[in-house]
Ligand binder design. Structure first.
Ligand code: SF4
Length: 308
């Protein structure tokens, strides 16, 4: 596939009116918010706030061409990242805690988000990369619909913590070109301890990854080294096997294609409240990391993005 000829899936859904309708369906869910597995049931349209503290108004922390994402997302022009404020997972070791936990950013209209997407395209970005979009999925789809009507043609990257309700993901089928999904834990007790009681994380995320793979398939770089479509998994190796890395690699190898793209990440650093948990208050050692990579290879995974 030549990137020049790539047409994102959402263009067809925009033309048929389906994209707008999907956005409206998601918007209705805000009245009894169950957009994510927390299922708070609050009426965000009436000003109530759930766990994530997001209201009905979109809040954006920043947007820019980002050159620190995975190489196949950066290309020449960078990944057009849009950092959304607030988060539904709430990890104690969050690197972006000021926007995720404290909600720093500015309130925006749907039209503003569409303008950001178009500006990033104008600047030559490779894709539109919405970071932590789950609690704002209605806003993202409605903005995408508007931007598509004004010529947006970049792939949409859904950059998520992975803890997604599969029935909500079904509404994103054909809308998202690239799922960039974390797979943080395989042990419910770890998810409960470090991500605000989210003990359903492993099971829900496994189901979500299967659904994402069904929708977009394996992420493969084109001849120019860029990925336009597919599932890209990120696994952050944490100190002391907190992230269940061996089980994560085993599960991926046994449940998804062997050439599933997996970025095994070394960059864990204690941040936010990690200093309150001695077992995660240190970086990961090179040995710990290398063992995970070797294990992933032993399980037969062939499309690894590693720091070795
Ligand atoms: S998106 Fe926010 S309010 Fe809605 S269910 Fe999730 S945490 Fe609760």
């Amino acid at each position: 596939m030549n990137g020049y000829h790539f047409k994102p899936g959402y263009v067809r859904l925009h033309r048929s009116g389906v994209l707008k309708r999907r956005g409206e369906v998601l918007w209705e869910i805000l009245k009894d918010c169950r957009l994510c597995p927390r299922e708070c049931g609050v009426n965000r349209l009436e000003g109530e706030k759930g766990f994530c503290k997001a209201g009905s108004k979109l809040r954006v922390a920043s947007f820019q061409a980002h050159f620190g994402e995975e190489r196949p997302l950066v290309g020449i022009g960078g990944s057009g990242t849009i950092f959304l404020s607030h988060c539904n997972l709430g990890c104690v070791f969050c690197q972006n805690w000021d926007l995720s936990h404290q909600g720093s950013g500015r309130d925006c209209e749907i039209e503003d988000l569409a303008s950001m997407m178009l500006q990033l395209q104008e600047e030559g970005c490779q894709n539109i990369n919405v970071v932590t979009p789950t609690h704002y999925s209605p806003h993202v789809l409605l903005a995408l619909d508007l931007a598509a009507s004004q010529g947006l043609r970049l792939p949409l990257v859904y950059n998520t913590c992975g803890w997604e309700r599969p029935d909500i993901l079904e509404l994103l089928d054909g809308v998202v070109d690239i799922y960039l999904a974390d797979f943080k834990y395989t042990d419910p007790d770890m998810a409960r301890a470090y991500s605000a009681e989210a003990k359903s994380y492993p099971l829900v995320t496994m189901s979500a990854l299967l659904e994402m793979n069904r929708q977009v398939g394996v992420a493969r770089s084109e001849r120019n080294g860029v990925i336009y479509r597919g599932l890209m998994i990120r696994h952050l190796v944490m100190p002391g096997e907190v992230s269940g890395s061996m089980d994560a690699m085993r599960w991926i190898a046994g449940s998804l294609p062997a050439d599933t793209y997996v970025n095994i990440m070394l960059q864990y650093r204690p941040a936010y409240r990690a200093h309150l948990y001695p077992e995660i208050d240190r970086p990961v050692s090179r040995d710990e990391y290398t063992r995970v990579v070797e294990e992933a290879r032993c399980f037969g995974l062939t499309n690894l993005d590693v720091d070795i």
